[in-house]
Write a protein that binds this ligand. Structure first.
Ligand code: TTP
Ligand code: MG
Length: 408
């Protein structure tokens, strides 16, 4: 049976949550940043800020030059996590087959819904779902519908924000012929370059030239089938926790600035740790990866005796790994992490010698989580001393009051 798959992706997700929670930000250029000073990085921008050329990864100082009227807000992952959970719960009321794909996107298998058998109904259904999400969760989403996950994901991106698109037999070729190959989810910059050397320029080339299956092996078979509407990859409503988690991202520009690379990496670490907690897991092994402009990889791995989801423990470790592998003068394009040897967060046994310190750190994280949940992320922050390995004590200090976070 031909499948019917919806892909739902929130529009400027973090900014949308900030705007929902602070109506003053409505219809304004809002930038969500890991920090709002000159060393910060934009994590997402509202659609009002995007025409200025600001995107994820733009340094804050540059973003302010591009759009002096931008309003800067610091990230608050607890609220994004909560909103994400609520969104996934809502989607689960539509179908038992829901696959959360990232914090703000999910696939929903709608196969068999009788009212969706004609095209008009398909689009109307997506519009009703958008409205329901806006009313119940308070954020705008875009929805794509197609017979494979890859096409559904492409469709959700076609008319953003608040877009709806249905890719079907009739419009598929036209849509794919307008889509550059690099815009196909899963085709990285390197692959796109390689393929362009063989004359593949649009997604339609990938869908029409069957030799891609020999050329790229299983990845080629996946692209060929899914772009032709054949659901090779099912919507996997996960019941098992993940075995590993990874988060790698390319910088908007090549950079040799170590401070920028580390700051970017720590932001990714924060996001990944949040995902780890979202899955109620801890990691016993973390790998830091740095990729240079010419695609050479360097990585360093640390194994923990006791699994952790604590940034108190992860940040100093990552700083050490970073020092080990970063090279002066090298231009970097990408960084990220792989967390493996994941374990359920509870119950947990402390090792004999470190038990007091570990228990303290856990208590600290729990307290911070609870406070952040109630008062916002920055009610407390790690003091310099707590992340500095050479010092012993772990302290917390109050930081910026939540209402002061919107700076400009
Ligand atoms: P995306 O869905 O990629 O982006 P978005 O929701 O902000 O915008 P769009 O309307 O184009 O979908 O990512 C979801 C969230 O993940 C985003 O709001 C912030 C976070 N994120 C980062 O932290 N860093 C990044 O580089 C990107 C791309 C996203
Ligand atoms: Mg999104």
């Amino acid at each position: 049976m031909e499948r019917l798959i919806a892909h739902c992706d929130a529009d400027c997700f973090f900014a949308a949550v900030e705007i929902r929670d602070n109506p003053f930000l409505k219809r304004k250029p809002v930038l969500v940043c890991n920090r709002t000073d000159n060393r910060g990085i934009v994590v997402t921008a509202s659609y009002e800020a995007r025409p200025f050329g600001i995107r994820a990864g733009t340094p804050v100082y540059q973003a302010i030059q591009l759009c002096p009227k931008a309003l800067l807000v610091e990230t608050n992952f607890h609220r994004y996590s909560e909103t994400s959970r609520a969104l996934m719960e809502l989607l689960r009321t539509l179908s038992p087959h829901v696959q959360p794909y990232s914090i703000d996107e999910a696939f929903v298998d709608l196969t068999g819904l009788p009212e969706l058998l004609n095209s008009e109904a398909c689009v109307q259904y997506a519009q009703m779902l958008q409205l329901r999400i806006l009313n119940e969760i308070g954020i705008p989403v875009s929805i794509g519908i197609a017979s494979s996950k890859l096409l559904a994901k492409i469709a959700s991106d076609l008319n953003k924000p608040r877009g709806v698109a249905w890719i079907n037999e009739t419009n598929r070729r036209t849509i794919l012929s307008k889509l550059p190959i690099s815009a196909v989810p899963g085709v990285g910059r390197k692959t796109a370059l390689r393929l362009s050397a063989y004359g593949y320029t649009t997604a339609a080339d990938l869908a029409s030239r069957s030799e891609i299956q020999q050329f790229m092996g299983s990845q080629g078979r996946y692209f060929y089938a899914e772009l032709n509407g054949e659901a090779l990859s099912p919507v996997a409503s996960r019941t098992q926790p993940p075995k590993s988690l990874s988060h790698l991202r390319t910088f908007p520009i090549f950079t040799a600035d170590h401070e920028y690379v580390l700051s970017y990496a720590l932001q990714l670490l924060h996001e990944l740790t949040e995902r780890l907690r979202w899955h109620e897991q801890e990691t016993a092994e973390i790998q830091l990866v740095l990729v240079t402009k010419d695609f050479s990889h360097r990585s360093a791995t640390h194994r923990f005796e006791t699994a952790t989801a604590s940034e108190h423990i992860l940040i100093p470790t990552i700083k050490e790994l970073f020092k080990e592998i970063v090279e002066p003068g090298k231009l970097y394009r990408k960084t990220g992490f792989i967390m493996s040897k994941l374990q359920p967060a509870f119950p947990k046994q402390y090792s004999l010698f470190n038990s007091e310190k570990e228990a303290k750190n856990d208590a600290l994280n729990t307290t911070r989580d609870a406070l952040e949940k109630r008062f916002g992320k920055h009610v407390m922050s790690l003091s310099r001393r707590s992340v500095d390995k050479s010092r012993k004590s772990t302290t917390m200090r109050p930081s910026t009051a939540p209402e002061e976070l919107i700076k400009r």
